[in-house]
Design a binder for this molecule. Structure first.
Ligand SMILES: O=C(O)C[C@H]1C=CC(=O)O1
Ligand SMILES: [Mn+2]
Length: 385
């Protein structure tokens, strides 16, 4: 039996190392909603709820994640035995609909505490347990400028940090975007895998043209070219094109995963712990993909180190992770909020080995970056597309 003793939910704004240009927003900083739970024995659990560009990516914002946790989820935790993670999450699911990002942050904190109590990493508490200690990590080239992207890619290859690159497209005309991708494939493509993410910004005819052209210039994968809620269009594209289509925004947990798999609407799933509704739900999405013969990729919502560590623990349980991961979120930020940063080397991220998530916050950094600190504030800065 464990009872909740203290909880703190706060938003942390950390600048990005350069503007990050996506089809729907340009990021200059990242806002992470961190939840810290402490039980009666002083065991602490951490979770993170993070999205991209305020409300421009999905239906939850940093502020709504905090409000859902404080107003509706904490009262459930106060009345629960929080050592029983599955039961506690079932109680939360019974009285809070949707709000997957908020639930994921809380489930992550509960699993962090459970792992610490049991003396095992969170990865041993998910699915069949941990099967790998390192994860291949992609980097997103999204400066908005082709020459700068190529220089950045060269630097990542020289440092042996990344040899998988995702390009954010969908903002410009299809042919201009393909020219940008083609130039990067030509410069880096024999030493790296180049993929694109359209973030739903193409119509079906644009996607038909774009996917065919992208295949011809040497691109390996197209992520969410069209609207995530139009499964029929995704199925037509996925079955009619040679280049593989990866589902991202279309995936919201096991039910949507089953619908997409049944419809043949993707050949790869981008797994995201927040979009799926938590770490357990992500493992269920992965199981559906594996049963359907689909490829797996470990996705990110550009979380900082807490959410990235939680994602890494889930992805470390997957025997087949054919497309690698993109768990580079902490590297996009100017400052690290962990006492000891996550370890990136040789094109891979090391999955933490300590009990729970295996991480601890840097309290000085948190005091400085939390939005509700005293003194001058850095507000999340995001410009529209
Ligand atoms: O996949 C997305 O849409 C979100 C994200 C992942 C990498 C990146 O740069 O943005
Ligand atoms: Mn995506």
């Amino acid at each position: 039996m464990a009872a909740l003793d203290r909880a703190d939910t706060f938003i942390v704004d950390v600048p990005t190392i350069r503007p990050h240009v996506l089809a729907m927003a340009t990021m200059h900083s990242q806002a992470m909603t961190i939840v810290r739970l402490v039980d009666g024995d002083g065991v602490e659990g951490l979770g993170e709820g993070t999205t991209i560009g305020g409300l421009s990516y999905g239906e939850e914002s940093p502020e709504s994640i905090k409000s859902a946790i404080d107003t509706y989820i904490l009262p459930v935790l106060e009345a629960s035995d929080i050592s029983r993670v599955g039961e506690t999450m079932a109680r939360i699911n019974a009285c809070v609909r949707g709000n997957h990002f908020a639930k994921c942050a809380v489930e992550s904190a509960l699993l962090d505490m459970a792992g610490k109590r049991l003396g095992v990493p969170v990865s041993e508490l998910i699915g069949g347990g941990r099967v790998r200690d390192t994860l291949p990590v992609a980097w997103t080239l999204a400066s908005g400028d082709t020459a700068r992207d190529i220089a950045e890619g060269e630097q990542m290859l020289a440092e042996r940090r990344h040899n998988i690159f995702k390009l954010k497209i969908g903002k410009r005309a299809v042919r201009d975007d393909v020219a940008h991708v083609g130039a990067i494939c030509k410069a880096l493509g024999d030493r790296a895998s180049i993929r694109v993410d359209v973030n739903q910004n193409w119509s079906e005819p644009q996607a038909r043209l774009g996917m065919a052209m992208l295949h011809d210039v040497g691109c390996d994968l197209v992520e969410q070219p069209t609207a995530g809620d139009d499964i029929a269009a995704m199925a037509r594209l996925s079955q009619g094109q040679t280049i593989p289509l990866m589902a991202d925004e279309a995936l919201h947990g096991p039910r949507s995963a089953l619908r997409i798999a049944e419809a043949g609407a993707a050949s790869v799933f981008a797994l995201k712990i927040e979009q799926s509704g938590g770490l357990f739900a992500t493992a269920q999405v992965a199981a559906i993909a594996e049963a359907a013969g689909l490829g797996l990729y470990g996705g990110t919502m550009l979380e900082g180190s807490v959410g990235t560590a939680a994602s890494a623990h889930v992805f470390a349980t997957l025997p087949q992770l054919d497309w690698g991961t993109e768990l580079f979120g902490p590297l996009l930020q100017t400052d690290e909020i962990l006492a000891e940063p996550l370890h990136y080397a040789d094109f891979a991220l090391s999955v933490p080995t300590g009990p729970g998530l295996g991480i601890a916050l840097d309290e000085d950094k948190i005091a400085y970056f939390r939005r509700d600190r005293d003194g001058p504030r850095l507000h999340a800065v995001t410009t529209g597309a």
